[in-house]
Design a protein around this ligand. Structure first.
Ligand code: NAI
Length: 328
C-alpha cells in the first residue's frame, strides 16, 4: 500500500520510470505531475493491467494535490545535460525547481520519503535538506539522492571486462557523490571478489565516474541517460518500498550522514571528514535509513585517495546548495 508521486513524470526519465512503477505490485497510487504533457502520459500508463491507480496533475495549480497523502516522492524534474555540459551547469535551473517541489512536499506530506534524481544531486539534495529544515520537518533518514545509476554502471562495466561476472548479482559499493570524480566505486570491496589489474581498476573507475558522458555524447544533444536511469530509479524505489514493508535492503545512496552519526564514523575517517552529505551503502528499513553499513574491509590506497578528492569537490557542491536556500 504505497502512494508514490513522480514529479517531472512527462520527461525522458519520468515516463519510463512511471511505467516501471506502475508494474511494481507495492505501488497502489501513482500520482504523475509535470508542467507539460502529463495528461497523455498518465492516460497511457493507466491502461496497463496492474492495480495501481494512476492520476495526472498538470502545472503548479495541481501540485499541492499531487503531493498530498503520499508516502514517496521521486523527483526527476528539471533540465538534463547537453554535450559539453557538466552536471553543475544545470544548477541554475534545477535548484529552483527542486526547492519549490520539496517545499510543497514538506507542506502536504511532511513524512514522505523523498528521492531526488534531478542534477546536480550533490547540490540538489542539500537544497532539499535546507528546505525541509526551514519547514521544521527534516528527517535525515527520509531524504535520498539517487546514485543507483552509478552502482548499476559499476556492476555492468565490471562484466564488460570480466565476462564470467553476473552483472545483476554483483554489488559494488559506490561512495562520495554523483558527478565525475566525486563518484568513488570501491571495486576492491565488491560483493564477490573480482581480480583486476591496477590499470583495469583505473580504467573502470574512470568509466564509472564518467559513464554518463558516454550517453550524453551518443544522444548528441537529445539529453542524458533516461532509460538506464529509469531502471535505476525504479530499483531504488523498489528497495525503499520493500524496506517499508519490513524487509532489510542495502542500497548506496547520497544522504545526510546525520542519519547515523555512529555508522558515519568509518567514512568520515576515510576522508569524508565533517561533510554533512556523502553517498554510502545504507541499510533501509521501515523508517528509511536504518544504519550506514560498514564497508566490510579496507579500501585500497587508490580508493582512499579517490575518496579524498571526492570530498574536496563535494564540499563546494554542498555549500552551493545550502547557500542557494539560505540566501533566497
Ligand atoms: P527531461 O527534460 O526529458 O525531463 C524533465 C521533465 O521535468 C520535463 O518533462 C519537464 O517538463 C519537467 N519539469 C521541468 N520543470 C518542472 C517543474 N518545475 N515541475 C515539474 N516538472 C518540471 O530530462 P530528463 O532526461 O528526464 O532528466 C531529468 C533530470 O534528471 C535532469 O536534471 C538530469 O540531469 C537528471 N539525471 C539524473 C541522474 C541521476 O543518476 N541522478 C541520471 C540522469 C539524469
Amino acid at each position: 500500500m504505497v502512494s508514490v508521486a513522480v514529479l517531472g513524470a512527462a520527461g525522458g526519465i519520468g515516463q519510463p520510470l512511471s511505467l516501471l512503477l506502475k508494474l511494481n505490485v507495492n505501488v497502489t497510487k501513482l500520482n504523475l505531475y509535470d508542467i507539460v504533457n502529463v495528461p497523455g502520459v498518465a492516460a497511457d500508463i493507466s491502461h496497463v493491467s496492474t492495480n495501481a491507480e494512476v492520476k495526472s496533475f498538470l502545472g503548479p495549480g495541481q501540485l499541492d494535490e499531487a503531493v498530498s497523502k503520499i508516502d514517496l516522492a521521486i523527483i526527476p524534474a528539471g533540465v538534463p545535460r547537453k554535450p559539453g555540459m557538466t552536471r553543475d551547469d544545470l544548477f541554475k535551473i534545477n535548484a529552483g525547481i527542486v526547492k519549490t517541489l520539496v517545499e510543497k512536499i514538506a507542506e502536504n506530506s511532511p513524512r514522505a520519503f523523498i528521492a531526488v534524481i534531478s542534477n546536480p544531486v550533490n547540490s540538489t539534495v542539500p537544497i532539499a535538506a535546507e528546505v525541509l529544515k526551514a519547514k521544521g520537518v527534516f528527517d535525515a533518514r527520509r531524504l535520498f539522492g539517487v546514485t543507483t545509476l552509478d552502482v548499476v554502471r559499476a556492476s555492468r562495466f565490471v562484466r564488460d571486462v570480466r565476462a564470467n561476472t553476473d552483472a545483476a548479482a554483483l554489488r559494488v559499493p559506490v561512495v562520495g557523490g554523483h558527478s565525475g570524480n566525486t563518484i568513488v566505486p570501491l571495486l576492491s570491496l565488491a560483493s564477490s571478489p573480482v581480480e583486476l589489474s591496477e590499470a583495469e581498476v583505473k580504467e573502470l573507475t574512470h568509466r564509472i565516474q564518467f559513464g554518463g558522458d558516454e550517453v550524453v555524447k551518443a544522444k548528441d544533444g537529445a539529453g542524458s541517460a533516461t532509460l538506464s536511469m529509469a531502471y535505476a530509479g525504479a530499483r531504488f524505489a523498489d528497495s525503499l518500498m520493500r524496506a517499508m514493508k519490513g524487509e532489510q535492503v542495502v542500497e548506496p545512496t547520497f544522504i545526510s550522514l546525520s542519519a547515523d552519526p555512529e555508522g558515519a564514523k568509518e567514512i568520515r575517517q576515510l576522508g569524508a571528514g565533517d561533510l554533512e552529505f556523502f553517498a554510502v551503502p545504507v541499510k533501509l528499513g521501515a523508517n528509511g535509513v536504518e544504519s550506514i553499513v560498514p564497508l566490510g574491509g579496507q579500501p585500497t590506497e587508490f580508493e582512499r585517495e579517490a575518496i579524498k578528492v571526492s570530498a574536496q569537490a563535494l564540499a563546494t557542491n554542498i555549500d552551493t546548495g545550502v547557500n542557494f536556500v539560505k540566501s533566497a
